[in-house]
Write a protein that binds this ligand. Sequence first.
Ligand SMILES: Nc1ncnc2c1ncn2[C@@H]1O[C@H](COP(=O)(O)OP(=O)(O)OP(=O)(O)O)[C@@H](O)[C@H]1O
Length: 680
Amino acid sequence: MELFTVNRYTEDQNKGTKDTGEATSEDAILQKLLQKAEKRKRKHKSSDSTITKPETVPAAEQPAKDEAAPKKPDAEAEPKADQPAEPTETEVSNDFQVLGADASAAKRQKVEMVLPAWLAHPTIIEGGSLDPADSPTTETDVASIKQLPYLEKNTCSVLKQMKIKRLFPVQTAVIPWILEAQAKPEPFRPRDICVSAPTGSGKTLAFAIPIVQLLAKRVQCKVRALVVLPVAELALQVYKVFNALCSKTELEVCLLSKQHRLEDEQEKLLEQYKGVYYSKVDIVVTTPGRLVDHLHATKGFCLKSLQFLVIDEADRIMDAVFQNWLYHLDTHVRTTTDQLLTGVQAPLCYQELLNSYGKQPHKLLFSATLSQDPEKLQNLRLFQPKLFTTVLTMPALQLGLGNAEQPEQGVEQSSQFIGKYTTPAELTEQYCLTEMRLKPLTLYAMVLLNGWKRFLCFTNSADTANRLAFVLQQLFGGSPTRVEELSAKMSAAMRAQRLTEFARGSIHGLICSDALARGIDVPNVDIVVSYEAPRHIKTYIHRVGRTARAGHKGTAITLLTDKDQAQFKKMLYEVGKSMGEEITVSPDIEAEHANIYKSALDKLRLRQENQKSEKKLQKLRLTRKSMVHKNPDKPLTLMEKLQLKAGAQALPDAKPQREHKEAKPKPEKRAKHKREPIKQ
Ligand SMILES: Nc1ncnc2c1ncn2[C@@H]1O[C@H](COP(=O)(O)OP(=O)(O)OP(=O)(O)O)[C@@H](O)[C@H]1O
């Protein structure tokens, strides 16, 4: 049995532990995967692109091959699968530094990150097509859900109500595993799991179905499942899925997010009888911040019966900014001898299993861009963690399959676990080269040219989203196309309303900041545009993951300038992805729309200036307001005088500062509240 802690293994130490039986069955799966990938590549080559075909660029202008893909230094050239790697210079040289010797002379030893065994040997989920065209349509095919031995009757009928005809690969791999792990006799604890699967591949149902099925048999109502998501919109989305699944059970689900008052949520969570608190819910779906609010403020909110802890978008949740919620959660989960959630760790032995049985929740982590950072995962104290990962094509070298198809040119096998950044098979990725000043027009021309009726456009900041939405609204002024902004700057209620209108089709385009890039599940989004190249690969994966969901086709287009093309290409290349095909828009869009574009920019400039002076006025009012409450007999301090002076001068039409005289009430309109004159 593997040790509990996350250790740093080298792969060779573990080669022997894998029995051949398991190895051959995995190879058979992976052989099948390679054939499918080959077939898909041929299909993609034959089908033409949805956006305009790139014009043939004369050879002279085509970037030279070596400019196209960043060159790999020979020293790191991938050794052929069937040849031992030549010892590079660094491997030959001594790896210690003689004191006093010339440090610069010794070549820096390249440190390869080695993955812990559980990351290096994941359970591979065959990332087959989710295309609904493949889904069963006849009654017998639908019966296939009923034929799944591990799904109970209730579960099948609820899934049928939800129009779920078959399970997706990640669901068929994870659901039975969780059910089986939970069926183990005392004192064997289920192993905690991490699931890395593409966006839109059905991860929510993969954890919701087993949890609801297992808790449906409960007798007393207690909080036994806690589902944590990074943002309120996602929590609402998952809450709806749980609600639908629990419709035929007595289970109660509660959503805790800042969209409702704390008191209202407390009302839903608990009731008090004769001084004792009783839980009114079985499953809590929440965000880290709201969870901490309730852990502190809600008397009687008890998680000591917690059986499942689900962390969706786990890499985001495990970022430092959310870290403290784990500490607060642990003090509520259990006081065990070893406090497994907060770093103290007991040796794994039978006695310890007996002591800790039923005292720690089964931790289930899900993400399309799972972090493999052992430090972050260490904080969770995962119990004998197991990784499920989806791959569409397996780089042949990692399989040691000899002459099998080599990975795509330039794919660098960095030390990522297999399938770490897999995107949906139905996704078509494209890019368009343009100039920064023409980007709004390029986007406008694409929408006009292709008649997009439901598209998302992501920017790198909320301000850019706000400005771009304004310019596009001016450009689309007279047409029926409605474009709106959706960013973290807006209230949660406003964001929810925009998303609803977008899902209904009354809004055709949403200009979003990245706060909404994760997990948002709006059906039938055909196009996702990255208006600015994403700064991180995870951002890119989650942006493009808003389309091509649940097996539907989708296209992701990235608008690039010459300056950021190389960086973008490098970012994809490092995770073994390519940029996809290049598309272009007609070069004379500038001439065609010069007038409306110029007037749109003029209006934007005017609006910015108005906003700026409004902000300064606001600031001055606040400064003056803070002064008003000041003791009138007490002279202003130097700082207060400077603030006043700065605030007054900042106004474009500020009247010259004059002596403050006793303010005379205006005869025709009395001021609502009398202002005390501010003494200089
Ligand atoms: N078995 C299934 N059959 C048909 N549709 C499904 C199935 N499972 C999930 N879906 C649908 O697929 C869509 C995406 O599901 P879900 O949001 O769980 O994906 P995800 O992997 O969590 O995506 P993300 O990583 O972006 O959060 C949802 O609309 C869901 O209703």
